[in-house]
Each structure stands twice: as C-alpha cells, then as structure tokens.
Design a protein around this ligand. Structure first.
Ligand code: GLC
Length: 406
C-alpha cells in the first residue's frame, strides 16, 4: 500500500500535529507500507515527517495561493461583499492555481499512490483538481467548512472527486454534510501520543521562560496553550484571570506564538501583553513564546484552560491536557463537547463568558482534590479514547476499502 498525504502548511498547527500522529500510528501498525507527504513549505512538519521515515517532497505554493484565504475563517459566514472579495482573489490567483495543479498532477502520476489523503482546505481542493483518474481521494477535514465560504463553494463543486471525508468530530461531520450533501463521511477522533502527553516527565520553568521572578511555592498555575488565532479566546482568558480574587496565589501563562501568515485573524504577543497590562495583571501573567515540548509546559500547570469563543472543531489541547493528568476547563461548544464528561474528567464554561471561567478557575484553585480527580479521570479518558494507536486501527481498513483491497 502506498499512501500519499497532502498538507498545505509546513508549520505546526493542530491539523499538522494530528497528521504526524496519523503517520506515526500507521507507520507502526504497517511498517511495510509506503507513506509519502507533499507539503507546500519546509518547516517542522516536513522535518518531523522525514524523521518518521515518510518520503517528503516540498511543492511550494505560489504567493497568490499562500495568500488565498477566507476572510472569516473561524468566524460566522461571510456577507456578500466578502464573497466578491473572495471571487476577485480567486480570479487573481487562478493562473497560479492552474500552474500548481498541473505540477501536482504530474507528481501524482509519477508517484502512483494507491490512496491520496489530503489534510487541509487548500489541499482538499488542489488534490481533487489534480488527482489522476481512479485514485481514491480522502479529505481529512479538521475545521468547520461553512465558516469558509470560498472553500465550502469549491469543495461542493469538487465533492464527487472525493471518495470519503474523514472528520475529527461529529459536530464537524454535521457541518460538512450541510455544505456537501451526498459526501460519505466518517468520524475519526484525533489521537495523541499518550506516552509523550503523560503526567510523568520533564517540566518547564514557566516563570523564567517568561522573564518573571520565581513564584512562591503554593502558587496555582493556570495556562492556555493555543495558536494566537483570535477565536482561541486569549482575551477571555486574560479577563477571567483579572477577575480572580487577588489573595489567591495564582499565576497565568500564555504559551505559544503567532503562527499563520495569512491575515489579521490572529493576535500578536504584543497585543496580548498590552491587554494584560490594561487589566492590571501583567506582573502575574507570563508569556513563554513558542515551546518545543507542549507536554512539559502542561505538566508545569495546575489548570489548563481552553477558551475558544467559536465552536471548537475538536480541541487537541483538551485531550493533551487530560492525557497529562491536568484539570482542564473547556469552552463548551462544537466538537469539544464530544471529548469530555463535564464534572467528571473536565470542567466546562460557556464560550466567551469570562466571569464564569473565572469562577471555575477559582473553584479549582481552592480544591486540590478536585484537580487531582479530574486529572486522573482525564488521563483515563485519553488512554481509552484518544490514544493515537487507535488511528491505525480505524484508518487501515478505510485505506484498504477505498483502494479496493480487502
Ligand atoms: C484543527 C481544529 C482543532 C483540532 C485539530 C486536530 O486545528 O481547529 O479543533 O483539534 O484540527 O484535529
């Protein structure tokens, strides 16, 4: 079996982490299979894929394709003026797209994969346009389609070229069905390496990483790990922290840095630092910047906060936090709801409700036993439902089925 994966971005976001776990899981279960990856840029993804023995080729996007994107990605559906803007952008990008599709088609013909597996909107579209006749194409969809009108429109047009859509939650599945009726859909929950995301292992000194003085021993550490996309809710997190009683010995940490190149849909660290200054909490909030080992950062926290203000398609960080045995507070909307049992393995709060989030943090800060209970139950959930070894168990029969094998 020869599977060829397509990924638009070379940098690590949630979908890229999910792809690496997929590659590792398949590699382990089927060491004789050939796994190949085509990605638009060098970066961490390509390096890590190569280290897993995946033949990796860089097929760079032209600039017009790098910039092509939906204005409201992650937000509500675009209005008419957005649509015009998108069509103009598309018309402008089309020579670049046409050239890219023919290069990709040539490469695919040369490589002769049994299955093509695309892992991001641009590659769903480009893969469908470029794929040789008769080769099954799997779209692995990690985000809501309907909030991206351009991609939703293109995917609807091209849906017959896709054999099967995998989605990372039932919530994303419902959204894809609304956008592309008749497309066969199957949910495959994202998995994590539960030996890396584990309660045991190295910890980071978050204070020194953030340039803060070291905190007193009883300090409760509350952290948020996410890309700086606005809808991830960093501002809600900071506002919640500012509402915690000042006699509670807490510190907050924002772990991560700006990631995507496209538009103004993300915060800069400066902007977030400014917000924390205005809220009067800058001496208690640390910004670590990008960390190589998120598990070590999580192990240094008492509470992991997920604060997305839009429905979260899946919420890898929730599962990672649970796997590290942390008490996790989840923004209750979208696919994230399918991951937790509120009160048993995590706590929840209403998306965007900083006061409620502050209440939950306060509750956990004062109750070490509850933190320990949630952490242990979260760890058990991660082992049972989100261990990445499950990915091969689910995907191998799918690859065999779509490629006509047994
Ligand atoms: C995307 C989604 C995120 C999910 C990840 C892995 O990044 O936005 O919710 O955790 O993919 O499936």
């Amino acid at each position: 079996m020869h599977i060829l994966y397509l990924n638009p971005s070379g940098q690590m976001g949630g979908a890229e982490a999910a792809l690496l776990d997929t590659l590792a899981s398949i590699r382990e279960a089927q060491p004789e299979w050939t796994l190949e990856l085509i990605v638009s840029a060098e970066g961490t993804l390509a390096a890590k894929a190569r280290s897993l023995g995946v033949v990796t080729t860089i097929l760079p996007f032209p600039d017009s394709l790098v910039r092509l994107g939906d204005a409201s990605a992650g937000g509500p559906a675009a209005d008419t003026s957005d649509r015009f803007r998108l069509l103009r952008q598309l018309a402008f990008a089309s020579p670049g797209i046409a050239a890219y599709v023919s290069r990709l088609r040539r490469l695919l013909r040369q490589r002769r994969p049994d299955v093509i597996h695309s892992n991001g909107f641009k590659m769903h579209v480009l893969g469908a346009m470029a794929k040789p006749r008769g080769v099954p194409l799997i779209w692995h969809i990690h985000d809501y389609v309907q909030s991206r009108p351009l991609m939703a429109g293109l995917m609807k047009l091209l849906r017959r070229r896709c054999t099967l859509a995998l989605v990372n939650s039932n919530s994303v599945g419902r959204d894809v069905t609304q956008a592309c009726a008749t497309l066969p859909i199957q949910t495959v929950y994202t998995g994590v390496d539960t030996t890396v995301f584990s309660p045991f292992g190295e910890r980071l000194d978050l204070d020194s990483l953030s340039g803060l003085s070291s905190a007193e021993p009883a300090t409760i550490r509350i952290g948020m790990l996410a890309t700086l996309a606005r809808w991830k809710g960093h501002e809600i997190f900071l506002r919640a922290l500012s509402l915690i009683a000042s006699d509670i010995p807490w510190r907050g940490y924002i772990v991560g840095d700006a990631l995507y190149q496209t538009d103004g849909s993300q915060y800069s660290l400066e902007e977030l630092k400014d917000i924390s200054r205005r809220l009067g909490i800058s001496s208690r909030v640390g910004f670590t910047g990008f960390v190589e080992e998120p598990a070590s950062a999580m192990r240094s926290l008492d509470v992991v906060v997920h604060a997305s203000t839009q429905p979260e398609p899946f919420g890898l960080v929730i599962v990672e936090g649970m796997a590290c045995g942390r008490a996790v507070i989840v923004s209750e909307a979208g696919g994230a709801l399918e991951l937790i049992e509120r009160g048993t393995n995590a706590l929840g709060h209403t998306p965007g409700d900083a006061a409620q989030l502050a209440e939950r943090i306060t509750q956990l800060a004062g109750d070490p036993q509850l933190r320990a209970q949630l952490g242990a139950a979260g760890r058990a959930t991660a082992e049972q439902r989100f261990n990445r070894t499950r990915l091969a168990t689910e995907l191998v029969p799918i690859y065999e089925y779509v490629s006509g094998g047994d």
